[in-house]
Ligand binder design. Structure first.
Ligand code: GLN
Length: 198
């Protein structure tokens, strides 16, 4: 299986390395043909406004949206969560998301860059010690619709969710050496999707 990492802006290298550690092929995706050659996609942390504009400029926006609708497994971290959310609060005027995840995300919900923090959290679906989660100008999920499973929360705000083949975290698992969340994505979501032929 090859998992792509949308490589327009953001912490692409870190995701590539976490995915490689999980034993799957990892490919940077910048073109439609690269998108067509992957079975799953990671949308990295970075700046959601920039990534969505570049996805339009690189002619990838509609292709990604269609693949999401068709059931491609996608993991979005931080800016990636915002880009998967159907509704975004505190967005800039005209900001677009790929959507697919039936949640309302609030950008920069925990504050500005100086309010970035780390926290040990429980993450439903992974075993072992709590997960060290790194939050950088992170969003939270303000409202979750039916069918969206909350996997982790901070102060009653969901910060990790799954819906079907979509996984999203407000924090950056790619910035730690702990690959359990990437492994969860590969083993629980991607492998299952491959088995049923998405
Ligand atoms: N605040 C950023 C945005 O709105 C996300 C920050 C991040 O990915 N670390 O896109």
């Amino acid at each position: 299986m090859i998992v792509g990492v949308l490589a327009l802006q953001g912490d692409v290298r870190e995701h590539i390395s976490a995915l490689s550690d999980c034993g799957v092929g990892a490919l940077e995706v910048r073109t439609l043909s690269e998108l067509e050659s992957v079975q799953a996609l990671v949308i990295p942390g970075g700046e959601s406004t920039t990534i969505s504009k570049l996805a339009r400029a690189f002619d990838l926006f509609d292709g990604i949206q269609q693949r999401i609708k068709a059931g491609m497994p996608v993991f979005g971290s931080c800016a990636g969560l915002i880009l998967l959310a159907d509704r975004v609060l505190d967005a800039i005027v005209g900001q677009e998301s790929f959507g697919g995840l039936n949640v309302t995300a609030r950008r920069n919900a925990f504050g500005r860059q100086v309010d970035s923090f780390e926290s040990d959290i429980e993450f439903k679906g992974i075993t072992g010690p709590k997960f060290r989660a790194i939050f950088i100008r992170a969003p939270w999920i303000e409202e979750c619709s039916e069918g969206v499973e909350v996997l982790a929360q901070i102060d009653n705000h969901p910060v990790a969710v799954r819906s079907g083949n979509l996984l999203a975290t407000s924090f950056h698992p790619e910035l730690t050496r702990d690959n359990r969340i990437h492994r969860y994505f590969v083993e629980t979501i991607c492998n299952n999707a491959l088995r049923v032929g998405v």
